[in-house]
Design a protein. Structure first.
Length: 185
């Protein structure tokens, strides 16, 4: 079954899904969103192509189960050579949405690993945008590399060593450490 999500004009920006649209057989939705739809405050990367979200929803009483996949092209600056490159990410997610009335109080709260896949809803709609944003942010590498064997920049002249050799002389070795060159393993 395939249906387009309804977006109410009165709802704030998000990927809202009406709970009443989830039938006995579940609901399968696809969203394609322009990069400008995602308000990302970090400047370490940017989304350069439409983000594709595919999700399947099912309902058991008031609990809603969402599984899906986020696909996006992200642009980074290599942490070694500073060249701009694009990397495709494909991240899968699984979230259980429970009514807000089932949220534990602070006194009752003890976070366990299973809690990381749980979100809460208050009205007859759920917003999967926070889950999608989490998946995009979790896919961002700590040190993005244009390629695993990236040689980086020369520390003296700044030449990109992936493009060519630099004209710098061999590195001066600290006299105190020169004796270590004589050790053979």
């Amino acid at each position: 079954m395939f249906r387009q999500a309804k977006k109410s004009d009165s709802s704030p920006a998000g990927l809202w899904i009406d709970i009443e649209d989830i039938g006995e057989d579940g609901l399968v939705l696809d969203f394609v969103k322009d990069p400008s739809f995602f308000a990302i405050e970090k400047k370490d990367f940017k989304i350069v192509k439409d983000v594709v979200i595919h999700c399947s929803l099912s309902k058991c009483d008031n609990d809603i189960y969402v599984t899906g996949k986020v696909s996006a092209a992200l642009e980074f600056a290599c942490s070694r050579c500073l060249e701009i490159f694009t990397e495709q990410i494909d991240a899968e997610f699984s979230t259980e949405y429970l009514p807000e009335t089932e949220r534990p109080t602070e006194e009752e709260m003890e976070i366990v690993e299973d809690d990381f896949g749980i979100s809460y809803y208050t009205e007859e709609k759920i917003d999967i945008l926070p889950t999608v944003m989490d998946q995009i942010l979790l896919s961002v590498p700590i040190k993005p590399l244009c390629k695993e064997e990236c040689r980086g920049l020369c520390q003296r002249c700044g030449q990109n060593l992936n493009v060519g050799k630099c004209n710098c002389q061999a590195e001066d070795i600290d006299e105190r450490l020169a004796v270590l060159n004589k050790i053979k393993l």
